[in-house]
Design a protein around this ligand. Structure first.
Ligand code: 5GP
Length: 208
């Protein structure tokens, strides 16, 4: 049976460029991991595709899935639900394939409770001015929502200590490279591979 895949939790404040770095990672790597498409109740933005960028659902539908225990994690973020459907994650990990979640901090903390051996990577902005500039430049949110997102970002940066790695997004291609290197190295952690070696030790023969 294949080893269970690694659960990679990639998060950081809204506007830091998680989506851009994630796309760079997926375009440039040999696709060793699968992206878990999240579910949300927020309105679909122009160009977004249901089932690709998100599964877009009503609040009622989302709350029903929460009641049924079908979300690995979920959070209410700036007035909307966002969450990770559980079945896809479990089925993919069981096949031995790594799963990559791109989620905000409250959700990441829930995953940490449920899956402590996941890898937690925090993407940071070089500074808050740059973050504000990106949110304004994206042109998708009102000034009021941008102000809420900046406040939220400050709270989120304070929770960085809950993560295993902090990676600065000074340049997308560099940030993507750093994330890939972290994931590669995580596969070699002794506590992940020791099971293979225990058999070797158990069957040791004494050579005289
Ligand atoms: P946006 O509205 O900009 O697409 O996303 C807002 C925030 O929700 C981002 O920080 C994004 O990473 C986060 N997010 C997206 N999907 C999920 C999810 O499944 N769970 C949680 N907890 N956050 C998510």
């Amino acid at each position: 049976m294949a080893d269970r895949g690694l659960l990679i939790v990639f998060s950081g404040p809204s506007g830091v460029g998680k989506g851009t770095v994630r796309r760079e990672i997926f375009e440039s790597s040999e696709n060793q991991f699968q992206y878990s498409v999240s579910m949300t109740t927020r309105a679909q933005r122009p160009g977004e595709v249901d089932g690709v960028d998100y599964f877009f659902r009503t609040r009622e539908e989302f709350e029903e899935l929460i009641r049924q225990g079908q979300m690995l994690e979920y959070a209410e973020y700036v007035g909307n639900y966002y969450g990770t459907p559980l079945n896809y994650v479990n089925e993919t990990l069981d096949k031995g394939i790594d799963v990559f979640l791109e989620i905000e901090v409250q959700g990441a903390l829930q995953v940490k409770q449920k899956v402590p051996d996941a890898v937690f990577i925090f993407l940071t902005p070089p500074d808050l001015d740059e973050l504000q500039g990106r949110l304004v430049g994206r042109g998708t949110d009102s000034a009021d929502v941008i102000a809420q997102r900046i406040d939220k970002a400050k709270e989120e940066i304070a929770l960085m200590r809950e993560y295993d790695y902090a990676i600065v997004n000074d340049e997308v291609s560099l940030a993507a490279e750093r994330v890939k290197r972290v994931i590669e190295a995580e596969h070699f952690r002794v506590d992940r591979v020791i099971g293979h070696y225990q058999d070797m030790v158990r069957d040791t023969v004494t050579v005289r």
